[in-house]
Design a protein around this ligand. Structure first.
Ligand code: ADP
Ligand code: ASP
Ligand code: MG
Length: 824
């Protein structure tokens, strides 16, 4: 004997039903079958709804009924040829008539007892099983429709009745003996009391029906056919990258289902556990997939944890009182008080001080739970032994489940470390006494993030989604997107990073939401679907999405974006920024950002603030980390000024060299923004701060290379006219330098708490003497590098190298997270 159970989605459409027929056809060749079937997908919900509408005398229930009728008749018409369908239609109509009459009665008296509700909602299974059986008979398969109310006997807790197994098993055994059809098609979910009142086994109960049949007949195997590939590492609706496991122990499956893995109804395991009947979960729509085998514990299985489950909405009840310390039996009294009210405790935890006990219950039972605890402990409350009983709603309970966890130390540590790194606050923790489960409570808004975080940490061995939110699509932002598109595959294979652009904004438009923005087609998507840009909305939505491994990237030059940095870091969202504005404003703000990033376990990365993609800031981090002390920093920190002075050799005038630089695109549109030295000053300020100095912009003395009379003039052309008048001055400086075998060099230097940026003459003993092109160079004079400095040199400007530097920062964040913020 083999039991096959088909869930609602497996019989949701005529096409799905055909698949079911094909599967049964194959299987019945080898075994006698009991096929348990659920209602067509969605029908049970509709039945619940129409029962409530009828109770309120709301005639809309008739529309739903018509809809149900049409759907079933259409299915019969599609799966059974016209000449043979009359019996099936008659059977269906008789049942429908019965349902109609009951509903009429309900609406007339406007009263719906739990008993009547159970009767009404059980029709879905009766409809589907009778249609499936008729269809099988039509295909020449010897099949018998069976209403399980005659076999499965329960008490009268309507809604989720308790099975009287002895009678039930006996009934099933006799029934199987009495009938010799090769395929029994049985209704899932429904049962009856000893007085033959209709009862149900609880939502999702058809799985349980299958296991009762399995246990009663001592079946070889119970196959649960559904719409996913098996028991998965997490709920696929919450974790995109969840995958099915090939094996789970009964206990693991039980823990997973208790904590919300809907694929199997929790009581299902119990009847077959002792008998050792295996349960195989299979996908009706992909029968070739091996699915998941649930059976007795195997000694050798891979991995420490099997899966993560979560209950989306629970209430946490906390009992607090100093008097509880050392008093034994408190937990036991809570259990029995709640059991009396049939309140299910999902999780219970006692703080180490024994000061508080918290327990999770379903929200609709929270109030009753509180009342019954108050009653049980009324004496203690009167004598202030218990000070407070508190209910917190809008919480989620999450369980990490795995048979092997008990042998491996540190799993809990890994779980909570991963959560902490993503800024998820854990409200209560409980480790099941079986050590097969670590469960904890978080705010409901963090549920999805928490489950994904743990899933990534345990199952994707390094592979993780990185969710980017980019503001600014100019030269650097645009190039960043292009490089990311080109390198996407390599990032996936080489670094196991799955880059997702979750939000994109320009100064005018923004695109942010559930789905990712295309890295290749972002311009069109932004243009067609973008909303008006609002920085605060962008940040709010990014926070609300609450995805793990989120990174905010500021590729603008705007001074406004830094206003949201602190708020972002407080959400444990890392920031990568080529924008220098934040780090070159006050020291206080610089420190605030560093501290916020540290406190919230995220990173603030800005390597590209100085020298584009050159690893300058990282080098300082490395020096400081290894205990070195930076005494002096010297650098040529502007690609433009590097180009200008490397090419100013006396053959052409100074103004001509500046003009050529402008024509080649090396300068800002107005070259005065380069020549005034402010940008170099800001870079020096940032380097000094990263090296551990407390400095403000006022501490940097900058020589402005724009002659005074050229500073105020309006146009760039006029500026060049004025500059020409100063050519003699610059040419003289150049000649003096070269006659001494020296070169002119615009150097930024920080030493003894002071910064100076000025034009200097250097000889060939200076490390910058041979600088060429538009290269940047930085020399660090430190305790370790005292004689000859540590030098970083290379192209320090340009969209491509800067965008590449931003990617390096993204990779650092992805791999190291908080390990090296600038402040440490
Ligand atoms: P059926 O109609 O076949 O009884 P259910 O809807 O009751 O199907 O259960 C299957 C669904 O359970 C899947 O579609 C999936 O979305 C959900 N689910 C939740 N957690 C898990 C999990 N850990 N593994 C597999 N499925 C899960
Ligand atoms: N049809 C019932 C429900 O929707 C039982 C089941 O699907 O297992 O709850
Ligand atoms: Mg189900």
């Amino acid at each position: 004997m083999r039991i096959l159970k088909f869930g609602g989605s497996s019989v949701g459409t005529p096409e799905a039903l055909e698949r079911v027929v094909a599967i049964i056809k194959e299987k019945q060749k080898e075994d006698r079958l009991i096929v348990v079937v659920s209602a067509f997908k969605g029908v049970t919900n509709q039945l619940f709804e129409l029962a409530s509408l009828a109770e309120e005398y709301d005639s809309r229930y008739e529309d739903i009924l018509t809809d149900i009728e049409k759907r079933h008749i259409d299915t019969i018409n599609q799966v059974i040829p016209v000449n043979n369908r009359s019996d099936a239609i008659t059977d269906f109509k008789i049942m429908l008539n019965e349902l109609e009459n009951v509903l009429k009665g309900v609406s007339l008296v406007q009263e719906l007892s739990n008993k009547t509700r159970d009767f009404v909602v059980g029709f879905g299974e009766r409809f589907s099983a009778s249609i499936l059986s008729a269809c099988l008979q039509n295909r020449g398969i010897d099949s018998l429709y069976t209403d399980t109310r005659q076999l499965i006997k329960t008490d009268t807790s309507f809604g989720a009745a308790k099975v009287i197994t002895s009678t039930t098993y006996m009934n099933i055994k006799e029934f199987i003996k009495r009938n010799d059809e090769n395929v029994i098609v049985a209704t899932g979910f429904i049962s009856s009391s000893e007085k033959n009142e209709s009862t149900t086994l609880g939502r999702g109960g058809s799985d349980y029906t299958a296991s009762l049949f399995g246990a009663a007949t001592g079946a070889k195997m119970i196959e649960i056919w559904t719409d996913v590939d098996g028991l998965m590492t997490a709920d696929p609706r919450k974790v995109e990258r969840a995958f099915s496991v090939d094996y789970a122990s009964y206990e693991e499956a039980m823990e997973m289902s208790h904590f919300g893995a809907k694929v199997i109804y929790p009581p299902t395991i119990q009847p077959v556990l002792k008998l050792g009947i295996p349960i195989l979960i299979k996908n009706t729509f992909k029968p070739e997939h091996p699915g998941t085998l649930i059976q007795q514990k195997r000694e050798t299985v891979n991995g420490n944890i099997r899966g993560i489950s979560s209950i989306d909405n629970i209430a946490l009840i906390t009992i607090k009182g100093s008097g509880m310390i050392g008093v034994s039996g408190v937990a036991a009294r809570i259990f029995s008080a709640l059991a009396k009210e049939s309140i299910n405790i999902i999780l219970i935890t006692q703080s180490s001080s024994e000061h508080t006990i918290s327990m999770a219950v379903m929200p609709n039972q929270a109030h009753a739970a509180k009342t019954s605890i108050e009653l049980e402990f009324s004496e203690e409350i009167k004598h202030d032994i218990i000070d407070e009983i508190r209910i917190e709603k809008e919480m989620s309970a999450i369980a990490v489940v795995g048979e092997n966890m008990r042998q491996i130390p540190g799993i809990a540590g890994q779980v909570f470390y991963a959560l902490g790194r993503n800024g998820i606050n854990v409200v209560a923790i409980a480790q099941g006494s079986s050590e097969r489960n670590i469960s904890f409570v978080v705010d409901r808004k963090n549920e999805k993030k928490a489950v994904n975080t743990i899933h990534d940490a345990f199952f994707l061995s390094g592979e993780k989604s990185i969710n980017l939110y980019l503001v600014g699509t100019g030269l650097i932002g645009g190039m960043l997107l292009e490089l990311l598109e080109n390198q996407k595959e390599e990032l996936r294979t080489k670094y196991q990073l799955d880059i997702q652009l979750k939000g994109l904004a320009t100064s005018r438009k923004m695109l942010i939401g559930e789905s990712s923005v295309s890295l290749s087609d972002w311009e069109r998507e932004l243009d067609e679907n973008g909303r008006e840009m609002s920085l605060s909305k962008f940040v709010e939505e990014m926070k609300a999405a609450n995805l793990s491994n989120s990174i905010f990237i500021d590729c603008t030059a705007s001074p406004d974006i830094q206003t949201v940095y602190e708020d972002i870091l407080k959400q444990s969202i890392s920031i990568v920024s080529p924008n220098k504005q934040a780090n070159s404003s006050s020291m206080e703000f610089y420190n605030l950002l560093q501290k916020t990033a540290d406190k919230h376990n995220c990173a603030f990365k800005f390597e590209t603030n100085v020298g584009a993609g050159l690893p300058i800031i990282e080098t300082i981090h490395e020096l400081v980390r290894t205990g070195d002390k930076v005494d002096r920093i010297e650098g040529v920190l502007s690609g433009t000024l590097s180009y200008i002075f490397n090419n100013f050799d006396g053959l052409s005038s100074f103004s001509d060299v500046v003009k050529t630089a402008k024509e080649k695109g090396y300068t800002e549109p107005d070259p005065r923004e380069d020549l005034n030295g402010n940008d170099v000053g800001r870079k020096l300020l940032i380097l000094a701060r990263v090296a551990g100095n407390n400095v403000e912009m006022e501490d940097i003395d900058i020589q402005n290379l724009v002659p005074e009379d050229a500073r105020e003039v309006e146009s760039v052309d006029e500026f060049f006219n004025k500059l020409k008048k100063h050519d003699d001055h610059y040419n003289r400086l150049q000649k003096e330098a070269s006659s001494d075998n020296k070169k002119l060099c615009y150097i930024a230097r920080f030493e003894n708490g002071k910064g100076v940026v000025k034009l200097e003459k250097i000889d060939d003993s200076h490390p910058f003497y041979n600088l060429s092109g538009s290269d940047n160079i930085v020399a660090f004079y430190t305790t370790y590098y005292d004689e000859s400095p540590l030098i970083v040199k290379g192209p320090g400007a340009g969209a491509k190298v800067t965008a590449a530097g931003v990617i390096s920062d993204i990779l650092r964040v992805a791999n190291t997270k908080a390990s090296n913020n600038a402040g440490d």
